[in-house]
Design a protein. Structure first.
Length: 113
């Protein structure tokens, strides 16, 4: 799989350890994508906003709020609510290693693109 971030670009054939190291540093930018193909991926984007809801999330979770999405079979889905960076890291690791936690650990809503 290819791991892509805003600031680091593409990392082909990423390993779980390599991806964990990048995501743990929080220096990769405002988005990350882990792609199995152009039509199958999981992605996360930082959803920080200068408002009270964001501040409350940050205070409660010690993390910026992140949006988590995945695409497969021509459909795209978004996790309901915000995720922490740690939840994003665990979801990406599960996706990369073929686990099911990334799918079952969140409620998903289909996006109309």
């Amino acid at each position: 799989m290819t791991f892509t971030t805003e600031d680091l670009g593409d990392v082909p054939n990423v390993t779980p350890a390599g991806m964990d190291e990048i995501l743990a540093t929080d220096v990769f930018g405002a988005f990350a994508i882990l792609s199995a193909s152009g039509e199958a991926f999981i992605q996360a984007g930082n959803d920080w906003q200068p408002d009270e809801d964001c501040r409350a999330f940050l205070d409660a979770h010690d993390s910026d709020p992140w949006l988590l999405e995945h695409r497969e079979c021509g459909y795209q889905f978004r996790a309901v609510g915000h995720a922490t960076l740690e939840q994003v890291r665990r979801a990406f690791r599960s996706y990369l290693t073929g686990g099911s936690e990334w799918r079952t650990g969140f409620a998903w809503s289909e996006l109309q693109l």
